[in-house]
Ligand binder design. Structure first.
Ligand code: SAM
Length: 250
């Protein structure tokens, strides 16, 4: 099958959109100086003009192969596969490309992961654990593949691009949990300067008051700044799909 490397002349002129052929992606990823990072599951890769994921999907495939080689049990593989995935980040400007990027990452993870657990650990494609791992992978992919402008560091509403760090916590009573922390892209780039590293606690939801209209005049509206701040609750990697949050400062 021939690869489509260009969608239109206009898109090439406006956005420099030319996709990299698979052969070139492999040649570039085979460079000797990249091999140590590709073998290290938690070594971070960021593609600031990710397109449909030509590089990120191949890096994911290679890292999942390493996860498979070093895992002695299904539990270990589940964790290692998600650690590998959580180290990959992308930024893409165009809406149709970011949708394809997310979809391609999900398909790559799901296919590789399901094939491995079925072949190596006699798991079923639709068992509960497989579903939890794939749901967690989808959460990680949707957080790590960011829609926005890598040059201005802003999204299409003019807000700072946000990235999630999936910080592995020390193993306690045999269980390793992960702490999801949000950072602005500026803070990520300014990592060397600890003072400038800003942690964002974002309300993941806003409670809806069904009776708000009835009592509108009785109680003054809560100013925006008094909304409770929340942070993600540390959970096992296979449970990040739950996106549990807790209020902070109480
Ligand atoms: C040359 S293509 C490369 C895509 C992919 N890396 C590949 O090798 O197939 C450049 C991509 O960057 C995106 N892009 C252009 N300007 C951008 C910007 N300021 N921020 C983020 N993405 C951008 C385009 O939409 C396009 O998908």
């Amino acid at each position: 099958m021939t690869e489509q490397l260009i969608k239109s002349k206009k898109r090439v002129q406006q956005h420099g959109e030319v996709f990299t052929p698979k052969k070139i992606v492999n040649l570039m990823l085979n460079q000797a100086e990249l091999q140590e990072n590709l073998r290290d599951l938690s070594s971070t890769f960021l593609e600031p003009s990710a397109g449909e994921g030509a590089f990120l999907t191949e890096i994911l495939r290679r890292k999942l192969k390493i996860a498979r080689q070093i895992s002695a049990s299904r539990d270990e593989y589940d964790e290692n596969a998600l650690i590998a995935l959580s180290s990959l980040y992308g930024i893409e400007l165009l809406e149709d490309n970011i949708e394809l990027l997310v979809m391609n990452m999900i398909i790559t993870f799901s296919n590789e992961y399901t094939q491995t657990v079925m072949a190596d650990f006699t798991a079923k494609a639709d068992d509960g654990i497989t579903r939890h791992v794939i749901d967690s992978a989808k959460t990680i992919i949707r957080a790590n593949m960011v829609h926005g402008n890598a040059l201005t560091h802003l999204d299409d509403r003019g807000e700072s691009l946000l990235f999630s760090e999936w910080q592995l916590l020390p193993i306690k009573r045999g269980v390793r949990k992960v702490q999801r922390i949000l950072y602005t892209f500026d803070a990520v780039l300014d990592q060397g300067n600890a003072e400038a590293t800003v942690q964002i606690e974002q309300p993941a939801y806003e409670a809806i008051d069904l009776f708000a209209d009835l009592f509108e005049d009785d109680e003054p509206k809560q100013p925006k700044s008094e909304k409770p701040l929340v942070q993600y609750v540390p959970v096992k990697l296979t449970e990040v799909y739950k996106e549990l949050v807790e209020t902070i400062g109480e």
